[in-house]
Design a protein around this ligand. Structure first.
Ligand SMILES: [Zn+2]
Length: 60
């Protein structure tokens, strides 16, 4: 299962969550430190690489 990195907009705490593709759309991720729901998903290096490869494939 893919690992997602999140950053809390309230306290700035960063944490990782393992979520399936369906879970990441439906599960409400909250900060484990302050319990705020205002968290944003960070782009991992793996995600960026995959996106770039997909884009290059479409261009060619
Ligand atoms: Zn927090």
């Amino acid at each position: 299962m893919p690992l997602y990195e999140f950053e809390c907009s309230k306290c700035g705490h960063r944490f990782d969550r393992v979520l399936t593709l369906s879970e990441v759309e439906t599960v409400k991720v909250t900060c484990p430190q302050c319990r705020s729901a205002k968290v944003k998903k960070l782009m991992s290096a793996g995600t960026i690489k995959t996106g770039w490869d997909g884009y290059a494939g479409k261009v060619q």
